[in-house]
Design a protein around this ligand. Structure first.
Ligand SMILES: *[C@@H]1O[C@H](CO)[C@@H](O)[C@H](O)[C@H]1NC(C)=O
Length: 259
């Protein structure tokens, strides 16, 4: 019977309810990349996991109403205004930072970005379907200013300034071919013992109580410049938007602070 076939197909379909726009406000080409943690949810956006974004261009696509643990970041080339080299299969060298397994289109299972990368993170219809959660995370370091806006007046998240030039010396870099810093690492990324560290909130320091922000080196540099971004694992700079509003989201790179 036909209905026996149609019913499971219908149940497996995804409601692509929200529009996500990704805007490149930088005066140079970047390579946005996207990843969904499939351990958390199976619904994925209706768009490839990576694309080229010329200066001042944007794309819009639909993401599932129940998109969970999704993230967007960008790859930046080694040479100003030149390509990331996606003929290079090594994610650590194809871009100055932000490369991934898969190259231009990140692998859906292993294609997380090579840090340091500013991350725009989303969980839609979280909290049992009551709230969308989103944040800009500097936990894996910083590589470009990024801002998250909604079309429903929910709070703006982001890091609106370039943290590269004044980045503390131990964290500064990588650098492009002109010597300009195209990243600022988090203290966790250079910690010699990342499995048991106050910088990474791991091991004996894996709870909010045992991992206060005061134990994270250079926390103040990130937090004072980017108060609306999460600067370490237990930072409270996650924002929410009532799921009933069915907000659309705009992720902008190099767009500055909200007006
Ligand atoms: C982790 O580091 C703490 C000190 O910060 C130390 O007391 C503890 O023994 C370490 N644990 C392991 C498993 O290395």
């Amino acid at each position: 019977m036909r209905s026996c076939v149609l019913l499971p197909l219908f149940a497996a379909s995804v409601a692509y309810a929200r529009q996500l726009t990704v805007y490149n406000g930088c005066p140079f080409t970047i390579w946005p990349a996207m990843f969904t943690d499939l351990n958390v949810g199976s619904a994925v956006p209706s768009f490839p996991n990576g694309w080229e974004a010329p200066a001042f261009s944007h794309v819009s696509f639909f993401v599932p109403d129940n998109w969970k643990a999704g993230r967007i970041w960008v790859g930046i080339s080694h040479q100003a205004r030149r390509n990331c080299n996606f003929n290079d299969p090594n994610p650590a060298t194809q871009c100055a930072d932000g490369g991934c397994n898969g190259g231009l289109v990140c692998d859906s299972h292993t294609g997380t970005g090579i840090p340091p990368t500013s991350l725009a993170e989303f969980t839609l219809s979280g909290d049992n379907g009551h709230n969308d959660f989103y944040d800009v995370s500097l936990v894996s370091g910083y590589n470009l200013p990024v801002r998250i806006d909604t079309n429903q007046g929910c709070p703006v998240a982001g890091c609106f300034v370039d943290l590269g030039p004044n980045c503390p010396a131990p964290l500064k870099g990588p650098f492009d071919s002109t010597g300009f810093p195209v990243g600022c690492k988090s203290a966790c990324l250079i910690d010699p013992n990342p499995g048991n560290s106050t910088n990474c909130c791991t091991g004996a320091h894996s709870t909010p109580t045992t991992c206060p922000s005061s134990g994270v080196q250079f926390f103040d540099y990130f937090k004072s410049n980017c108060p609306k971004a999460s600067a370490y694992a237990f930072d409270q700079a996650t924002f929410n938007c009532d799921t009933q509003l069915q907000a659309d989201y705009i992720v902008s790179f190099c767009a500055g602070p909200p007006q």
